[in-house]
Design a protein around this ligand. Structure first.
Ligand code: BG6
Length: 486
């Protein structure tokens, strides 16, 4: 069956930096189904050849595949087409429909509509696809991919779901979060459910707390206008951080398929203890890097958080009493995404010369998602020589040492999943709504006029001082190491 991927927002950054390079890499590795066409739709007036020429340049830059192989590019480019059009004009959708039918020679094809535009265009596009009959599955499957942000709060996410469901069945909708396409995130499922040795300790009996950190060195750059209305909670927590939490905390699904996996993920969100506004203030810390107010597009007295840390409790048998700390920030000390499983101390201190309290760090499992993907287990070892002197040592697994070749970019497996119709790694409607239900109270509290002024932090720090004090007050410390693996 031929495939047609229709990209709305064809002249945008996402298309040229991520989507087309990912499709090109899939073609090169032989994974892209034969007869897969790409059709770009956007307002910029371009011919097929002009769009191909511009994509050739951007793909060479962003594919991470070395110099572009001319012969492969020619094969790939022959299946790229461009249809200029305005999202607001029904006539342009009619022309798009005609072009698609012509390209598919009136036959059957799996069609994927990819929303890579600014989010305010999602609903008009969905409505137009509906009114032109483009969602009907009379000539093959029709799927729609919705990029983040999926709404800006619970109400808008519900509204978007309602608009989608007016035209598409839920099984046709693929809400993408590129974090789930990362090899090292999918490997959490393998680590937990393809091994037996972790399961017995993966619970409240052995785990003291979990830290999930997505630290970025970059600042908001050219995205100040968007970022100032979103802030770190909407930009990173509602999607990427909660996804990492779900795969860390979920129960084993009965099968590795979409419904079973998504049911287990949603159960985690359902078990997160709801907080009222007064509790939210104590359950998080917000910060803003110095210099943020001078970024283009940012309001002069903005209180938008560029750093956030929140504590969530999961009220179920596995996790009762084990706090999950989620933390993310821009302009931080380095780029690292890691999940730290902090284990409990042993029941008895044997090696401290009669002192009862522990002075050693407890065991840790550090799952490094990026940039150097791998896992490190921290444990104590006797230092050779007299007496029982101990030192923290580690066992480690590194993707780059273990496997040859580059790791696929997150968009590659996800695009392939859309083409084959596997929704396991995509968010279901109830999942996004639940996520907003968890994040909304923090957004409301953090934007309330009653909040004290936001804490500042220096570029290159791990967030504001208050974040360390807040952790210390709970008897814990952040694990602040730039990538533990290199
Ligand atoms: C995006 C956010 O979703 O994820 C960005 O909008 C952020 O602000 C990016 O920089 C991080 O993605 P990654 O894959 O580089 O960790």
């Amino acid at each position: 069956m031929p495939h047609t991927i229709v990209i709305f927002g064809a002249s945008g950054d996402l298309t040229s930096r991520k989507l087309v390079p990912a499709l090109y890499n899939l073609m090169r590795s032989g994974s892209l189904p034969a007869e897969t066409r790409i059709v770009g739709f956007s307002r910029t007036p371009l011919s097929d050849d002009e769009w191909r020429a511009s994509l050739r340049e951007t793909t060479a830059k962003h594919c991470g595949c070395g110099p572009l192989d001319e012969a492969s590019w020619q094969v790939f480019a022959a299946n790229i087409f461009y249809q200029p059009g305005d999202i607001g004009r029904a006539e342009d959708f009619r022309l798009l429909a005609e072009r698609l039918t012509a390209l598919e020679r009136g036959g059957e094809a799996t069609r994927v509509y990819y929303l890579a535009t600014a989010p305010q265009f999602y609903e008009p596009i969905v409505a137009a696809l509906g009114s032109q009959g483009l969602a009907a599955e009379t000539h093959g499957s029709r799927r729609i991919v919705v990029e983040k942000p999926f709404g800006t709060d619970l109400a808008t996410a519900r509204g978007l779901n309602t608009s989608l469901h007016a035209v598409f069945h839920e099984s046709q909708v693929f809400r993408i979060d590129h974090y789930l396409g990362k090899e090292s995130v999918q490997n959490i499922l393998a680590l937990r459910f393809a091994n037996t040795i972790f399961e017995p300790v993966w619970n409240r009996r052995y785990i003291d707390h979990v830290q999930i950190t997505v630290a970025e060195e970059v600042k908001v750059g050219r995205r100040g206008g968007y970022y100032d209305t979103a802030g770190v909670l909407r930009d990173m927590f509602q999607n990427h951080l909660l996804q990492l939490l779900m795969v860390t905390a979920m129960e084993a699904p009965v099968r590795f398929e979409a419904t079973a996996v998504r049911n287990e993920k949603v159960k985690v969100l359902e078990a997160i203890r709801p907080l009222d506004l007064s509790e939210v203030a104590a359950a998080g810390i917000r910060g803003q890097y110095r210099g943020y107010l001078e970024e283009p597009g940012v309001q002069p007295a903005s209180q938008t958080a560029t750093f956030g840390a929140v504590r969530l409790e999961i009220d179920n048998w596995r996790w009762q009493g084990v706090p999950f700390y989620l933390r993310s920030g821009k302009a931080m000390s380095c780029r690292t995404t890691q999940i730290v499983i902090g284990f409990r101390q042993p029941p008895l201190e044997l090696f401290a010369d009669g002192r009862r309290t522990f002075h050693r760090e407890a065991n840790r499992l550090v799952i490094q998602i990026q940039p150097a993907e791998g896992i490190q287990l921290h444990f104590h070892t006797k230092v050779p020589g007299e007496g029982m002197r101990l030192r923290l040592t580690d066992l480690e697994f590194s993707y780059s040492r273990e496997f040859e070749g580059r790791l696929p970019e997150a968009y590659e497996p996800l695009l392939l999943d859309v083409l084959t119709g596997d929704a396991s790694l995509f968010a279901r409607s109830d999942e996004v709504e639940k996520s907003w239900e968890i994040i909304d109270p923090f957004v409301r509290a953090w934007s309330s006029v009653d909040m004290p002024p936001i804490d500042a932090y220096e570029t290159g720090d791990w967030g504001p001082l208050s974040s360390f004090e807040w952790m210390a007050a709970q008897g814990r410390t952040w694990f602040d190491l730039c990538p533990v693996l290199t």
